[in-house]
Design a protein around this ligand. Structure first.
Ligand code: SF4
Length: 245
């Protein structure tokens, strides 16, 4: 009665957004697959997102707002939230929107707030922030943007909330110029591609027995049906999507 209307609204609203080519947001280039970035850059139509995915995005924004609000109330305000910054290198200008800037009165830090599942959170606590989702590349581009705007940040404080249990943790990741260089290398590859000559795929299906399976990156990629149209969805015992051919 209510939830189906909410779901329909979310899906409709998401699908009504126009696809625009030639945009360059940092987060388009922070994952490893330049084919994926190029699909987005050239405005290929992504797979329609399910309502549950869109609700998860909304929950991510709420977690970010909650952390910013509570930080302020606890006396450690995180400033400059969600302002647009630009990272420039030569003729390439890329935009990004850091979650905020924190100072302990001595040094400046970029702040990145994430909601993670129990699984991701456990890895994070083990000091094993997996960059397959591009979080570290994104954080380093934001640091670079702050530096270019005159704020010499030392690196990024990741604040992570476990969406299963409500636990919260933080980790400092120092600024890494090499990561910024790698992101610009990927951006150049995408800008030099054309709509019909896309970059190589970063991932291939894994062969197990007489079947092929898409890895995690491809399974969660909005364009996997363009890359691997024959693969069919199965749900694993743990409830995760498995694309099998
Ligand atoms: S499906 Fe895999 S290989 Fe194809 S664009 Fe997405 S991540 Fe890259």
């Amino acid at each position: 009665m209510i939830t189906d209307k909410i779901e329909q609204y979310l899906v409709k609203e998401n699908n009504s957004k126009p696809l625009v080519a030639n945009k360059v947001f940092t987060t388009m280039f922070t994952k490893k697959c330049t084919r994926q970035s190029a699909y987005r850059y050239w405005a290929y139509k992504p797979e329609e997102k399910q309502a549950r995915t869109l609700i998860n995005f909304e929950l991510g924004y709420l977690v970010e707002k909650m952390v910013l609000d509570k930080a302020k109330l606890s006396g450690v305000p995180i400033e400059l939230n969600n302002i647009w910054l630009t990272v420039k290198r030569g003729l390439i200008h890329v935009t990004c929107k850091p979650d905020g800037l924190y100072t302990n009165k001595k040094d400046l830090y970029n702040v990145e707030i994430k909601k993670m599942s129990e699984y991701g959170f456990k890895d994070f606590k083990k000091n094993n922030l997996d960059d397959s989702w591009g979080y570290i590349s994104q954080a380093n581009m934001e640091c670079e943007a702050f530096k270019q705007s005159g704020k010499d940040v030392k690196g990024t404080i990741f604040i992570v909330v476990n969406s299963n249990t409500g636990h919260i943790a933080e980790e400092f990741i120092p600024y890494d110029k090499k990561s910024v260089d790698e992101t610009f290398k990927r951006i150049r590859i995408v800008l030099e591609s054309t709509k019909n000559t896309l970059p190589e795929r970063a991932f291939e299906p894994e062969v197990r027995g007489n079947k092929e399976y898409l890895g995690t990156q491809c399974s969660y990629c909005d364009f996997h049906k363009l890359c691997y149209p024959k693969f069919k969805l199965q749900i694993s015992k743990g409830g995760y999507p498995l694309w099998v051919n």
